[in-house]
Design a protein around this ligand. Sequence first.
Ligand SMILES: Cc1cc2nc3c(=O)[nH]c(=O)nc-3n(C[C@H](O)[C@H](O)[C@H](O)COP(=O)(O)OP(=O)(O)OC[C@H]3O[C@@H](n4cnc5c(N)ncnc54)[C@H](O)[C@@H]3O)c2cc1C
Length: 399
Amino acid sequence: MGSTPAAGDRVIVVGGGIGGLATAIGLRSAGLRVVVLERAKAFGEIGAGIQLGPNGFNALKTLGVMDRTLRNAVYIDRLVMMDGVSGEQVAEIPLGAPFRERFGNPYAVIHRADLHSALLDRCRSDPDVELDADAEVDGFAQDGSQVEVRTRDGRRFTGAGLIGADGVRSRIREAIVGDGPLKISGHVCYRAVLPTADMPDALRLNAAVLWAGPRTHFIHYPLRDRKLFNIVATFHSSRDAAELLDQPGDRDELMAHFHHLPTLPRSILEKSEGWRRWVLGDRDPVADWTKDRVTLLGDAAHPTYQYFAQGACMALEDAVCLMQEVRAVSGDLPRAFQRYQDRRITRTARIVLSSRALGKYWYHAEGIERLVRNDMLRSRTAEDFYSGLDWIYGYGRTA
Ligand SMILES: Cc1cc2nc3c(=O)[nH]c(=O)nc-3n(C[C@H](O)[C@H](O)[C@H](O)COP(=O)(O)OP(=O)(O)OC[C@H]3O[C@@H](n4cnc5c(N)ncnc54)[C@H](O)[C@@H]3O)c2cc1C
């Protein structure tokens, strides 16, 4: 069978983020050897916190890395939405026993480095995963039996297949989808951490709290034994996106967008140090991100706003799905990639489109829309929220 790699054939994964490393683990468990090529000088993760919904737990369980990842997880009690203008609570989703029973898993917040290093350690402990840092991929070619990848410094790698897990500005996507640059929305995001000792007493909550304001929102939740709080603030900006790429943040720019906040939550933004600034963007979902022996995964395939806190969870789910499909067709990669894509397209597109709507109508609502939002949310019960979130959190539920 020409298209079936012999046992031990290797696959090239471009990108050593959460998606790429999870993919390497999944492909190993499907019997393939893997090489991961990472552009950065060393494998690592930028940023602090990440929220992990029950569907993310399912993926980690299936990949066999759950216990290691969750050693420092904080199990928060609830998700809370506050009106960032009036300071009133408008919604609360309890995450206790009924939530866990309903979705088969808890909800946790973890440090990105803890998730990434659990995946990395697993890859490092496997002699059939080759990890190459400082290996920026700048092109590839494929024929009927293999793919050859070139790095910027002139190295060449061959494999039976190629997975582009190279993030929101994916080179691999450029070659096989070709839908131009990321769609920059004008939403800018600032991230920092604040020692718990500096959090106002009344807001030292074991919860992910979101302050929704006009064209802005910000979130805080505890991390690492509750010694830190992760702070993420997002606002609409008319500045040129090129000026705003990942770089140190400017507190004055940030505070100018949050003057509406009541004193207590505003003090969190005022006290936080070491802000980093990101430009946010996404892409219109596409119906095809696979070309024969090459496919995409994670943010390279379906970049989304972070508003459902699901981008990394989607990348983990992708990795599990790919593993299952490679197994199901005994390593016939073109077939496996097609089947993987068919299973993932609709779900990930729904996340992308729903995240846009969540930002626009709920998190960033202003004027009368803000009042309508509050009115609608106030009457919702926990059960209403659980039903509305079932399509996200119930995915891959295990007994
Ligand atoms: C503010 C914010 C908050 C978020 N919060 C959450 C959350 O709470 N929960 C959640 O599930 N998700 C969250 N996300 C989304 C999540 O961070 C991403 O979806 C996830 O990290 C994507 O992983 P990835 O591996 O696909 O891409 P990335 O993490 O971007 O990894 C891509 C890797 O590829 C490398 N690379 C790029 N180009 C090349 C090349 N040419 N050659 C070799 N290597 C290359 C990069 O250096 C990088 O290491 C959030 C995102 C943001 C911006």
